[in-house]
Design a protein around this ligand. Sequence first.
Ligand code: ZN
Length: 416
Amino acid sequence: MIDQSQLLRLLGLPQIAIDRVEITDAGVLEIHVHSTEDGAQCHRCGRRITEAHGLGQERRLRHVPIFEHRTEIVIRPKRYRCPSCHDHPTTTQRLDWYDPRSAFTRAFEQSLLRALINSTLEDVGHKDAVTPEQLEGILDRYVPSGIDWTALPALPVLGLDEIALTKGHGNFVVIVSARVEDSLSILAVLKDRKRASVEAFLRTIPKPLKRTVRVVCTDLYSGFIGAAKAVFGKHVAICADRFHVARLYRDAVETLRKQEQRRLKRDLSKAEYGTFKNVQWIMRKSESDVSAEERRIRARFFAHSPKLAQAHALSQALTDIYDMPLSKGQAKRKLGGWMRRVKNAEVTCFQSFLKTLRRHWEEITNYFTERRNSGFVEGLNNKIKVLKRRCYGLSNLRRLYQRVYLDLCGYRVFAR
Ligand SMILES: [Zn+2]
């Protein structure tokens, strides 16, 4: 059996001595301790006080398990009376190893924080018998809430991105990211995507840092573009990510594909329609991933739908333009040619995309000079998508995003 001094070393807690150890019927290791420190700091005047005034209420603090036993430290904190303050208030002694607001020792809190890496609040809650609310309380205390602007040397590339917290529409948050010295950082998670919210945040960037912004990578949401232009003025390039533009023109093809599939399902025999197996997945694949068999299925479908064949070819042509190492001027000429092709084509599915292209011509063509900078937002998006899949159904998604996902999954988070 280990003796008390060895147990004390195992606990790793300073400033205490062990009175007795019990194992309850439920297998909980209860370690009753007392403080070996003397004195406190008067909570009113701040003076050091040493006039003992009994003991406070018994506290039970969960600690890291010992030999797989749930371990609780039981302590009655010392209290002291202040002789200087006029009504002699009493103050409870504070010890370094626990926060008076918490039901856990700091060591246990830190082990929970480590357990949260790549896990959800619910996962960790179940495993360690801690409520999600308690975990959130820990995150509140440990994850800093303000941006330390002085930690940022410069902000050459900013990213603005909206993310849907729940499936369907509405409930968006905005992720403000930055590439700081080649590592991706999250500057803020804004509670909604209103232009005013984005603008208000961008205005909190201190002036010297604001002057270092060169490019803002964003999607084609006019609220973001408007906010960035209002705050940074003309000398900052606004760049529409390829990722966001591609989503728009691919969605146009998708819509047409659905219409055409409905039409063919109605018009063709069941056997004939059956030969288009999985065509919806094939259409979404990038060209290099399409197998020979899939090409044959697609070709059969296109034979029945010349419109979709044309839309697909146009979409592919646009992707090809994006893949070319073009200057901004060259890209403008190529895109102009593509727009003429679309206007002369039979398909009408790109009409609203053409409007977007004209309205955001500069932002979209800026991509070709800022290609290198723009990639990081796309990387972030993909990462978030993967992470998000795991967390549907959790109550407080917004907070989860801000803290657990982004912070603990390897991004530096400067703010909530
Ligand atoms: Zn005092």
